[in-house]
Design a protein around this ligand. Structure first.
Ligand code: SF4
Length: 467
């Protein structure tokens, strides 16, 4: 029997599948803080365990661990059902072991979760570094008073207490996001992808940059205007270049082949990423770089990137949403087609991979704007056809507090509103929700058919990088 103080579990979408193996990027920091305070911690990533062994039983595993507190992340709404299922299993075996959840989704729906699920004892909202230490200290050592713990929600004598978000972590540099030794099958985490693990892929690690966002993409929970709701902060907070570079170097020395980032480094200015990249070069680290550009990358950024990282292992993901500039701007991606073509021409000189993403469902789509998108896709495929260039045409799903929920747009259809809606959506293994009315219409199918025609045309030319 394993004896530990705090057990952490990352859920999958439901216990029948391995979907969404990535843990929230701040989790290692929380577990390492507990470790530094002298608590013994242990983590299970359900998706990893289920990927390694399809007959894996969490119940059997829990029966062999003696833990005093259970932490489960309920960050992305896709884990709404899986997280609660895990809490229920734990309560069945150990009814008196307190369960703490946290993350964006539980921050948004704290009261509803506590009303509906008595298996959840505490919810830590927003930043939870100090509140977690205080709560674990209160539960395991009898330290302090529950009433003094910030950012917490819980039930007291039948009434839900939901505290304001008064605590914000200021010093992100003081937290260790690199050490994953708390995790069972730790090495497997480098191979995780959205559906579980893939041993053929390069070894990956996520680099923690900061909290919040400076942009306001209408479909995204993490937009600037939501920072107060989600974290109680009005400004972004981010780590120093020194600390970011140190993490990249440490991961590389531990065998990581490709780094991925929580944020677009260009958001913090030229000096910021120049300083990080210089430190990496000075330490002779040469690894891959897989990157989600929050807007369009600049030529200077691309130059710095290829100078620093392994050019053949650089992947740049650029979200375009639509070929129509007005739609793209309105949804939060602030660049013109002219600038886009200019950057794509520039990227052609390098060996790195570029993937551009269009969305099937966007605001204000008409036949005319759809044709603008299709003709742009055709043009890009024709011009940049190569092993290094990919085009994706996919759905964008509206988040629980996406800013566009407030818009009176004709094609917005908000089907999922409450926590129970998201819970059932995951429970029923629904993959169709987008939040846009036209996703249920013939027009939606027409768009897919139009794209399929273009795909077919290029397939006949031997170009198959359209997804
Ligand atoms: S989608 Fe937009 S708002 Fe959301 S994190 Fe990315 S850049 Fe920020």
């Amino acid at each position: 029997m394993k004896n530990i103080d705090v057990l952490y579990i990352h859920p999958s979408r439901s216990l029948d599948n391995t979907l969404y193996a990535f843990m929230p990027i701040g989790i290692p920091g929380l577990l390492n803080l507990l470790k530094d305070e002298g608590y013994s911690v242990y983590g299970i990533n359900y998706s990893i365990e289920k990927s390694l062994d399809n007959t894996y039983s969490l119940k059997e595993e829990l029966e062999n661990i003696n833990y005093k507190v259970l932490m489960i992340d309920l960050h992305w709404y896709e884990h709404s059902y899986g997280a609660i299922e895990i809490a229920k299993i734990s309560k069945l075996i150990y009814p008196n072991i307190p369960i703490i959840i946290g993350g964006l989704t539980s921050t948004i729906f704290d009261k509803e979760i506590l009303e509906n699920f008595d298996c959840i004892d505490y919810i830590l909202k927003g930043d939870s570094e100090k509140p977690l230490l205080d709560l674990v200290g209160f539960l395991l050592k009898g330290k302090g008073n529950i009433k003094d713990i910030e950012n917490i929600s819980y039930v007291d004598n039948g009434s839900i207490i939901s505290k304001e978000l008064t605590y914000c972590l200021k010093d992100l540099d003081s937290i260790n996001y690199v050490d994953h030794s708390f995790l069972k099958n730790e090495k497997m985490y480098m191979y995780t992808n959205t559906i579980g693990i893939d041993l053929k892929r390069n070894k990956n690690a996520w680099i923690y940059i900061g909290r919040g966002c400076k942009h306001n993409c209408l479909y995204c929970d993490s937009a600037r205007e939501n920072m107060v709701t989600l974290w109680g902060r009005s400004k972004m907070t981010y780590r120093s270049p020194e600390r970011v570079a140190k993490d990249i170097i440490e991961f590389a020395n531990n065998g990581v082949e490709v780094v991925r980032f929580s944020h677009d480094l260009e958001m913090f200015g030229k000096e910021y990423y120049e300083a990080i990249f210089k430190m990496i070069r000075d330490n002779n680290v040469k690894i891959g770089f897989n990157y989600d550009c929050f807007q369009l990358p600049s030529k200077h950024f691309i130059d710095e990137l290829v100078k620093t990282f392994d050019e053949e292992k650089i992947i740049l993901d650029i979200t375009l949403l639509s070929g129509n500039e007005e739609i793209r701007y309105k949804m939060g991606k602030l660049f013109t087609n002219e600038r886009l073509f200019n950057i794509l021409d520039y990227l052609k000189k390098f060996k790195c991979v570029t993937r551009v993403y269009y969305s099937i469902n966007v605001l204000d789509e008409t036949l005319h704007t759809l044709e603008e998108t299709m003709s742009q896709i055709y043009h890009l495929a024709y011009k940049y056809m190569s092993d290094q260039f990919f085009i994706c045409y996919q759905k964008v799903v509206m988040d629980p507090i996406a800013l566009m929920r407030g818009l009176k747009d004709s094609n917005i259809y908000v089907e999922l509103n409450s926590f129970m809606d998201y819970y059932k959506y995951c429970q029923n293994d629904n993959h169709n929700y987008t939040g846009y009315k036209d996703s249920m219409s013939e027009f939606f199918q027409y768009k897919i058919d139009r794209y399929e025609e273009i795909k077919k045309t290029f397939k006949e030319k031997g170009y198959t990088n359209l997804y």
